[in-house]
Structure formats: C-alpha cells, structure tokens
Design a binder for this molecule. Structure first.
Ligand code: BG6
Ligand code: MG
Length: 216
C-alpha cells in the first residue's frame, strides 16, 4: 500500500518553468540566437549545466568549459531575482492543501528535484515544514531518468519504492520513477505524460482517497 508521496518541484509545486525560460531566453539572445517555448520543453527536469548544453546545441555553438560555467552562473543569478520575489501565493493551486491532507492521513512526504535551488524556493513559499525529506540537485550524481533522486527520497523516509507515488510534470521524471520501481502520477498534459499511472491537470481535485485507489 501507499505510504509516501514524492514530489518534483518545478512544474508540480511551483510554476518556476516560466522563470527558467525567461532567464535562458535572455542568455540565448545574448549569444545571438532565439530560444522558443517549444525548445523549453526539452529542459524540464534537466540539470542546469545539461540545460545550457542543450541551448548551445540549439544555437549551434560550442564554448569552452569555463565560459559555460560563467554563463550558467549568470543565468542562475537572473533566475534567482525572480525566485526572491516569490511568495506563498506562488504555490500552485491545491498543492498546500494536498500536502496537508497527506500528512494528516499519515503519509510521508518528500521532495525529489533536480534543482540546486529547491530548499531556497520551498523556504520562499513557506512549504519547508510540510516535507519530511528533501533530496535535490545538490544531493545526487545522476540526473532523471536515473531514479537516484527518488530512491534517496524513499530511503530518507524509511519506505520501499513500491510504497511510494511520485508526482512529476516531466517525461524524464516519470521514467525515473518507473526505473526506481515506483508508481507515478503525471501533473499536466495527458498527451505528453501518457506513461504515468494516471495524469491530473493539477492538484485542485487531487485527494488522498484518489491516491489510495492506485494502491488497489
Ligand atoms: C529542474 C527544472 O527541476 O531543475 C529544470 O525542471 C532546471 O528546468 C533544473 O534546469 C535545475 O535547476 P537549478 O535551480 O539547479 O538551476
Ligand atoms: Mg518538473
């Protein structure tokens, strides 16, 4: 039966994808090419450095490693300006209520994110107290679809993968959950997230009762 929920951050708990997108777009323009919203889909769930490499591929540019590091740092500084303006109001609809419902029902909660800014963001939106464990981009060596981030989350919670359900908005994240032997719920567009056990448009109608149906 289900004992724990593990949540991705960007695109599941908060809509930071738009901030990432703006910061990467500015960077691309600075290098002399455009970066579209369509291209941005490829960056979901992907680490900062890998994101930069994908963008440079799109712009058909190759840069030395030290310049890449400088660009990634600059992008992150621009991104953090938006993050610092976030408040509790930036938590996506229904998320706080669902987290509270999980905890009231005795389910454990963890965060499993590729972001190195995860703790900062959860603090900004005042959600830190609702997580029993946080595993983020500073804790893992292998990016999704490798299951490391979710397996570490389960371990920190003291539950088995089979007892976990992962909430993800990225295909690489769903694959990471599967690769770790966990069930997964897609958050977003059913045509993109078809490999999930089921897909919800958001948390507004999500309940623990619905979650427990997955366990039967
Ligand atoms: C993921 C996002 O959660 O975190 C990616 O989906 C992002 O778009 C990645 O690049 C890394 O984030 P950060 O905050 O460490 O740059
Ligand atoms: Mg995501």
């Amino acid at each position: 039966n289900i004992q724990a929920c593990i949540f991705d951050l960007d695109g599941v708990i908060v809509d930071t994808a738009k901030f990432h997108y703006q910061a990467w777009k500015t960077l691309a323009h600075g290098l002399g090419f455009d970066f579209t919203e369509h291209d941005n889909e490829r960056l979901k769930g992907v680490s900062r450095m890998r994101s930069l490499e994908i963008i440079l591929e799109i712009g058909q540019q190759t840069l030395p490693e030290d310049e890449k590091l400088t660009l990634a740092t600059r992008k992150n500084e621009a991104y953090l300006e938006d993050v610092h303006r976030m408040t509790e109001a930036d938590v996506l609809p229904g998320v706080r209520r669902f987290l509270e419902e999980c905890r009231a029902a005795g389910l454990k909660t963890a965060l499993g994110s590729a972001s190195k800014n995860a703790r900062l963001i959860l603090d900004r939106v005042n959600l830190l107290p609702l997580f029993d464990a946080i595993v983020d981009g500073t804790d893992v060596a292998n990016a999704k679809p490798d299951p490391e981030v979710f397996l570490k989350g389960a371990e920190a919670l003291g539950v088995t993968p089979a007892e976990c359900v992962v909430f993800e908005d990225a295909v690489a994240g769903l694959e990471a959950a599967r690769n770790g032997g966990m069930r997964c719920i897609g958050v977003g567009d059913v045509t993109i997230l078809a490999e999930a056990d089921f897909v919800i448009p958001g948390f507004t109608d999500m309940t623990v009762a619905r979650l427990q149906q997955l366990g039967h």
